[in-house]
Write a protein that binds this ligand. Structure first.
Ligand code: ZN
Length: 199
């Protein structure tokens, strides 16, 4: 494709950097966009520009939305007494997709890693401890992935929260080992939440 126009090649190269898209599928996607210019490409370009300008991390929970306080934290319908701790925004979105959780979240943004020097501050664990005290939280559900890193982080959080006396629970077994919430079906997540065990 040496003679393809430069801008189009540049777009293909960018698309190929998206998760799940390799060079071949990126090329196919760009060709589709070019054929559906007014129906798909232009609205997509506008939406990308808009979200790129407005998206921000929620100052309370770390979710991504277009407000300083995300719709979940801002909602009067969400319980303040129950906090669900997740690794990533994708896990929060998976929990919301599954439905059935009426509390609020705390997004860590990763897991503890000595190798990558990710410490408790980077994961906003001190902020989590402060929230438990300030928001009158009675239960913290640790919905971390069933990976070694996820479980190490859960253990650390449990120790950090122990002095607060808050009730700790974890998603029930049924989340497969090495499993990530985002890849589970909604029914599995709901069942794991309903059958959560006290720590
Ligand atoms: Zn929030």
């Amino acid at each position: 494709m040496a003679d393809a126009p430069g801008d189009i090649e540049a777009l293909i190269a960018l698309m190929a950097r998206l998760p799940g898209l390799g060079p071949r599928s990126a090329r196919r996607a760009v060709l589709h966009l070019l054929r559906k210019r007014s129906g798909v490409m232009e609205p997509l370009a506008l939406a990308l520009a808009k979200v790129s300008a407005s998206a921000r991390d929620c100052r309370i929970c770390g979710n991504i939305s277009d407000h300083d306080t995300c719709p979940i934290c801002a909602s009067a319908k969400r319980e303040t007494g129950v906090l669900c701790v997740v690794e990533d925004v994708s896990d929060l979105w998976a929990m919301e997709r599954a439905g059935g959780f009426t509390g609020r979240y705390h997004v860590l943004g990763g897991t503890l890693s000595a190798l990558e020097s990710i410490g408790p501050e980077a994961l906003r664990i001190p902020h989590l401890v402060a929230r438990v005290g300030q928001e009158g939280v009675r239960e913290v559900i640790l919905a971390l992935n069933a990976t070694v890193e996820g479980q190490t982080t859960a253990h650390y959080i449990a120790e950090a929260l122990a002095p607060t006396g808050v009730q700790l629970s974890a998603l029930a077994q049924g989340v497969p080992m090495g499993g990530e919430l985002d890849y589970l079906d909604d029914g599995t997540i709901s069942a794991a939440l309903a059958a959560r065990r006290r720590l």
